[in-house]
Each structure stands twice: as C-alpha cells, then as structure tokens.
Design a protein around this ligand. Structure first.
Ligand SMILES: Nc1ncnc2c1ncn2[C@@H]1O[C@H](COP(=O)(O)OP(=O)(O)OP(=O)(O)O)[C@@H](O)[C@H]1O
Ligand SMILES: [Mg+2]
Length: 227
C-alpha cells in the first residue's frame, strides 16, 4: 500500500536531517503504531506517507507508484485512498459537523445529496448523530476527534493515518476512539496511528496485532516487546 525505501527528510534543503535511512512497508490490513517523543518527526513521517511532503532522498511508493514520478493528479488520486486524521483536526469552523465530514466528497465532485444516507450512517457510527448540526468550536475534544475520524473515512479509503487521534481527550474516550480504529482494521483497512501515549499502545495489544515503530534520534525502529 505505502512503501518507503531508504527515505531521508530535512525541512531545510541541505540542512540537518530529521531522519534518514527509513524503510517501511505498510501491507494491506496491517496495523502500526508510530511512537516517539514530541518533535521526533511523527507528523512529518505521516506527511511523507500520504504524499504531502516529498523525501529529500530515497523513494516513497503509494499503491505501487513512485511518488517522484507522479504528477499532481496522480498524487491527488492516491490521496483519495488514504484517510488522514490530522493532529489539529483542521475543520472549517463556519461549516457544521455534517458539512465538514462531507467536505472530501464535495472536493472530489461527488453528489453529496446522494450520499446523505452514508453520511448519516457514518455520523451514527462515530456517535455524532445528535451533533451533526453543531459547529466545530462547539464540540468537546472527543467529539472533534470522532468527527475528524468520520471525515477521514467518508471516501472509503484503503489506508487510515491518524496523527495523535487521542490527544487532549480522557482515557475512556481514547479507548472508544481506539475501538473505532480497530473496527476499521477488522474491515480490512490498513491503519497507522502516531501517538506519544504508550499507555494507549499497551492497552491496544489485547485488541489488535500491531507493529510498534519508534521514531527518534533520526531513525525509525521496531520497538521492543518490553513496551
Ligand atoms: N514546516 C516545518 N518547517 C520546519 N521545521 C518543521 C516544520 N514542521 C516541523 N518541523 C520540525 O521538525 C521536527 C519534527 O516535527 P513533527 O511535527 O514531525 O514532530 P512530532 O513527532 O509530530 O511532534 P509532536 O509529538 O509534538 O506532534 C520538529 O523539530 C519541528 O520543529
Ligand atoms: Mg505531531
């Protein structure tokens, strides 16, 4: 699905590399956690995985195609197969929850009216049917995260990348969100969750077979079983 081959990344051209020599293959249906301290590069790494950033060196392949050889349209098409839950949610505050969740449909030129039933089902799945007409600033942290997850999956992506989806929410809500992500994985979706919360990773171990990656010191490694 997504493959990184000897990837290095630096924000300033020719400057210090945030990481280097990173190789990873996200196989269909796999579940990965990406852990590491704040500033280690988790968000940057996810951006490389969905083609928002291009590597300084090395290759990124999205669904078998080399990102370096893809034009804008190619990247946009691949991006439709990847749902992203952004660390800061990125809602349009003047649109309702329902409209925000439907936004990827509109951007893709789909007939949103024809998708109302799907939209309602998705909002009910994340437990937000009652909040569909609310504006993002009126939501609680957990509601925001669930709305962000709904928006990430509205296009039925093959891959879901979630950046700190449980940041700023209490443990019970974090567990609820994790259950939704595990459910998506059972439906066959490939999942990667970036989090600094090792408690969350430990708790998930009984629910899903996940590979745990750790980013830090410029390297990406498999975390040990002692976690
Ligand atoms: N657009 C940018 N331009 C320059 N440097 C950046 C940019 N975005 C991030 N960085 C730097 O790159 C490093 C990694 O940032 P990144 O956001 O990927 O870390 P993170 O692991 O996601 O951190 P957190 O856990 O706080 O979300 C940080 O030192 C950050 O300051
Ligand atoms: Mg981050």
């Amino acid at each position: 699905m997504i493959e990184l081959d000897n990837v290095a990344y630096s924000y300033d051209f020719g400057g210090r590399e945030l990481f280097s020599d990173v190789s990873l293959k996200l196989s269909p249906g796999s579940f990965h956690f990406l852990t590491g301290p704040s500033g280690a590069g988790k968000t940057t790494f996810l951006k490389l995985c969905y083609g928002a950033l291009r590597p300084s060196s090395g290759a990124v392949r999205l669904f078998g195609e080399d990102l370096g050889e893809m034009g804008r349209d190619g990247v946009a098409l691949s991006r439709r197969r990847i749902g992203v839950v952004h660390q800061d949610c990125q809602f349009l505050d003047h649109l309702t929850v329902r409209e925000n969740v439907a936004l990827p449909l509109m951007v893709a030129g789909e007939d949103v009216t024809a998708e109302q039933a799907n939209l309602a089902e998705l909002l009910s799945w994340v437990g937000l049917s009652e909040r569909a007409d609310a504006l993002p600033p009126e939501l609680s942290g957990g509601e925001r995260q669930r709305a962000a997850l709904a928006r990430a999956v509205i296009m039925s992506p093959d891959v879901v990348l979630a950046d700190e989806p449980t940041g700023n929410i209490d443990w019970e809500m974090a567990q609820r969100l994790m259950r939704l992500l595990v459910e998506l994985n059972r439906m066959g979706k490939t999942i990667m969750i970036a989090t600094h919360d090792l408690g969350l990773v430990r708790a998930a171990k009984s629910q899903v077979q996940a590979r745990i990656l750790r980013i830090g010191g410029g390297r990406l490694q498999l975390a040990g079983a002692d976690l």
